[in-house]
Design a protein around this ligand. Structure first.
Ligand code: NDP
Length: 344
């Protein structure tokens, strides 16, 4: 893999029919790539996603509350520094990129052809072409995978406290997971719920010390450790389904108990949104795109990847933005070193 050059490409297309850069995805990675590419006069076309399936314009920060760890993105209230709300931050990212000439479309890419340059990127029946493509499709929440969970999605089972927390005012809810997301979701949910029980499959936590301690100090948060949810159940009243409880198995004793709850928030990590590239781009065994160790290059010269669709180690907004910057610079250098010959 390299970003330096590729075999010369010729095409029967005209220069004006082909974009220099198409960016797929609009989280911190995609929009940082858009900002850098736009400032290099590459007029990037960004497909933001349409909000259906796993394509959320703005990415995962749209379903986050306060982001406290993105340097410089702060607000002040009563002389105190606060983080910035995720959606506000992504709005700034998008407008900053557009300000320099990025073109954003709320559309979901449905097909690609990277077999020759210019590359083809399709949105339903419409084809777009580009000299380079930057993939920033991110990742989405993982689910427990038990059949009853599927049945109660939107009726008490959720993966987004910010989206659904307000429906659980003065109710008892559970958060599944032992990472930072679980701690953050649990803390957030105590604004609405009467109690929040963190259900975690062991006694040690993956969460950072600061996030764990914050949850441990919160009097509304209870803990159910060495515990996995094996079933959720509820009742139907008229047209409406309600969750009423869970079956929980103790991972040490094997004992199964029924625990009542009004809602379950699953916070057990994420998986990359890379299905579109299966069989085309190199991926690891769980679907993260493989990039060159020093650059954002994939196995296809001219196609670059950045953010959570290729980073399974850091998975932070700031690292996603950093790799988005790398991808834009890599694309710019590639266009210079490997021009496409167009018809006049
Ligand atoms: P993590 O992968 O860090 O944690 C996932 C948690 O879910 C683990 O405790 C894991 O258990 C548990 N889990 C996984 N699969 C299952 C399953 N099938 N059943 C039950 N439990 C399961 O994911 P997060 O989303 O929490 O965090 C991802 C990254 O985002 C991290 O780097 C984190 O620091 C960052 N982050 C930062 C925030 C901030 O700074 N404000 C907020 C949120 C996230 P086990 O530990 O046993 O494997």
């Amino acid at each position: 893999m390299n970003t330096e050059s590729a075999e010369k490409a010729t095409t029967t297309m005209k220069r004006e029919e082909v974009h220099q850069v198409i960016i797929i995805g609009s989280g911190p990675a995609g929009l940082t790539a858009a900002l850098y590419a736009a400032r290099s006069n590459l007029a990037p076309l960004v497909f933001e996603g349409d909000g259906f399936e796993d394509t959320a314009p703005g990415g995962q920060l749209m379903i986050t509350t306060e982001v406290e760890n993105f340097p410089g993105m702060v607000t002040w209230k009563d002389d105190k520094m606060h983080g910035m709300m995720g959606p506000d931050m992504m709005d700034i990212f998008r407008r900053q990129a557009e300000n320099f000439g990025a073109i954003t479309h709320r559309k979901r890419v449905t097909g690609i052809d990277f077999s020759k340059r210019p590359f083809r990127v399709s949105v339903d029946e419409t084809d777009y072409h580009a000299e380079t493509v930057i993939i920033a499709t991110g990742a989405s929440a993982k689910w427990l995978g038990i059949p009853s969970e599927e049945e109660y999605k939107s009726y008490g089972v959720s993966a987004c406290a910010t989206c659904d927390g307000a429906f659980f005012k003065d109710k008892d809810v559970m958060v599944v997971g032992g990472g930072d997301t679980a701690m953050e979701e649990a803390n957030y949910l105590t604004r609405h719920a009467k109690t929040v029980t963190i259900v975690h499959r062991r006694e040690e936590f993956r969460a950072s010390k600061i996030m764990l301690e914050r949850a441990q100090k919160n009097p509304k948060i209870k803990w159910l450790l060495d515990a996995v949810i094996i079933e959720v159940f509820g009742k139907t009243e008229g047209m409406r389904k309600f969750l009423t409880g869970t079956k929980i198995r103790n991972t040490k004793t094997g004992e199964i108990t029924e625990v009542p709850t009004d809602g379950i928030f699953v916070a057990i990590g994420h998986e990359p949104t890379t299905g579109l590239f299966k069989g085309v781009l190199d991926m690891n065994n769980v679907g993260y795109l493989v990039t060159d160790s020093l650059t954002s290059a994939t196995n296809i010269p001219g196609v670059f990847a950045c953010g959570d669709c290729q980073d399974y180690i850091y998975r932070q907004a700031i690292t996603a933005a950093g790799t988005g910057c790398m991808a834009a610079i890599d694309a710019e250098r590639f266009i210079d070193s490997s021009p496409v010959e167009f018809v006049s």
